[in-house]
Design a protein around this ligand. Structure first.
Ligand code: AP5
Length: 223
């Protein structure tokens, strides 16, 4: 089978991270979540982190030139040569064009863009109930995906916290940014016949099943 190069696209809180964690285990492919990469850079105080922090705190997108180089470096690593899962990148048309150029340079192409569709009202409900673990970023929800022990990550035992950008006023801005700057990617990838829509309002197991069956169809077509 050829390498499997996938993008998870969707509004903030649509479940990209939740599904990305599962896909990574299923497919055993490198998983690059730009939000996680940027939060780690902020925590470590690197140059990228310093450049990104103020944008993230406001819920704005970080400038294209900051994030494009980060992803290009990841894709050129040996581990990504069997395929990859991108979550949160691209998020603007210039980022998508830069990704196309990078893949052309590497002699590769995208197999599918998976759009997880969820309404704005549901997103607010999900984000206000989200808790993440302070060590590994594992994702929980106060109603939909509770940890076994309140406030503690099932996987690494670290404390569960509210993300800095999950405050209501920041979430509203993140949604505006999505509609203005990221949603044009839907038609961008539709024109390339790469877009696959998944109903993100079902429960996480059902969403995972829809994504799995989509990928097995793709693999059969490619095979
Ligand atoms: P990032 O971390 O990527 O944030 P996001 O896209 O806003 O996405 P989220 O992580 O909020 O949500 P998700 O879709 O992963 O949902 P999750 O699975 O957690 O980016 C953060 C910031 O970094 C950006 O604002 C920007 O500043 C910057 N940035 C990142 N990439 C960038 C780029 N390319 N360019 C420029 N700037 C960039 O689920 C949410 C909640 O819902 C959880 O509690 C979960 O348990 C629950 N849940 C999930 N699925 C379901 C379900 N099916 N039913 C019920 N509950 C569910």
């Amino acid at each position: 089978m050829p390498d499997l190069n996938l993008i998870l696209l969707g509004p903030p809180g649509s479940g990209k991270g939740t599904q990305g964690e599962r896909l990574q285990e299923d497919l055993e492919l490198p998983y690059y979540a730009t939000g996680d990469i940027l939060r780690a850079a902020v925590k470590a105080g690197t140059e990228v982190g310093l450049a990104a922090r103020e944008y993230m705190d406001r819920g704005d997108l970080v400038p294209d030139e900051v994030i494009i180089g980060v992803i290009a470096d990841q894709l050129e690593e040996a581990g990504a040569d069997r395929g990859f899962i991108l979550d949160g990148f691209p998020r603007t048309v210039p980022q998508a064009e830069a990704l196309d150029a990078e893949l052309t340079k590497l002699g590769r192409q995208l197999e599918a863009v998976i759009l997880i569709e969820v309404s704005d009202e549901e997103i607010i409900r999900r984000i206000t109930g989200r808790r993440v673990c302070s060590e590994g970023g594992h994702i929980y929800h106060l109603d939909f995906n509770r940890p076994e022990t309140d406030g503690i990550c099932d996987i690494d035992g670290s404390e569960l916290i509210v993300r800095d950008d999950d405050r209501p006023e920041v979430v509203r801005n993140r949604l505006e940014q999505y509609h203005e700057k990221t949603s044009p990617l839907v038609s961008y990838y539709e024109k390339q016949a790469l877009l696959n829509r998944v109903d993100g309002t079902a429960d996480p197991d059902q969403v995972a099943e829809s994504i799995r069956s989509l990928i097995s169809t793709l693999s059969l077509e490619e095979g």
